[in-house]
Design a protein. Structure first.
Length: 222
């Protein structure tokens, strides 16, 4: 039974997972997504720490206030039956399944889930969030063949140069755009197969077009 809670997981719960969780939360405000609760945690997090300064600044550019975020460690008791877990990396998925093997059908990486729900056949077979997760889980048995680990991971930018931070932002916002498009399509009978929120076609469009057409985002830096 898939419930209404999504837990986004990374390592320290200070960069990738809080950014993705906040971006999803800020854009999923109505329709079939109105009841979803989105949280985050880290597989090796130290409890009670704020997000990294770079993420706080990035959040500002997307209209996100991450000042109240405090890191927490993924441990027994955090995950609940029915949770959908979206991980930054495949390595995090393995940790989640060690803790909660019963969640095997609802644990994905963020980019993996985004890739799966972009499929027209997945969207056509889903009518609400639980069915979208179930259909995506079935689809990955075939769709993940030949996909490398790097293609499904969000790069960890900690201690890396600006180019890696830009890649982190690109990967995260494109994945969130795809997920939002799939969720929006659940309540749009005439939705385009690729959803109302498409993947930007150039670097300069990531901040203009990601993440929803109703929310302004800052233009990509030149």
């Amino acid at each position: 039974m898939i419930g209404a809670r999504i837990v986004v997981v990374c390592t320290a719960n200070m960069i990738r997972s809080p950014f993705v969780a906040a971006l999803l939360t800020s854009r999923l405000g109505s329709g079939s997504a109105a009841g979803l609760v989105i949280e985050s945690a880290g597989t090796a997090a130290r409890a009670g720490l704020a997000v990294a300064e770079e993420v706080a600044r990035l959040g500002d550019m997307y209209g996100l206030d991450l000042s109240a975020h405090r890191s927490r460690r993924l441990a027994d008791g955090v995950l609940q039956t029915g949770d959908t877990v979206l991980c930054a990396e495949r390595a995090h998925r393995r940790v989640v399944l060690d803790l909660r093997p019963d969640l095997i059908s609802s644990v994905f990486t963020v980019r993996e889930f985004a890739r799966l729900v972009e499929s027209a056949s997945v969207r056509a077979a889903a009518s609400d969030w639980p069915s979208l997760v179930r259909v995506a889980a079935r689809a990955r048995l075939v769709a993940s063949a030949g996909v490398s680990e790097g293609q499904d991971d969000i790069v960890d930018p900690i201690g890396q140069p600006e180019s890696v931070w830009l890649e982190f932002e690109r990967q995260a916002t494109i994945a969130v755009s795809a997920i939002l498009g799939a969720v929006t399509a659940l309540t749009r009978l005439d939705a385009d197969p690729h959803g109302p929120v498409g993947i930007p076609s150039s670097r300069r469009e990531y901040r203009r077009r990601a993440v929803t057409p109703s929310v302004s985002v800052a233009p990509w830096r030149s």
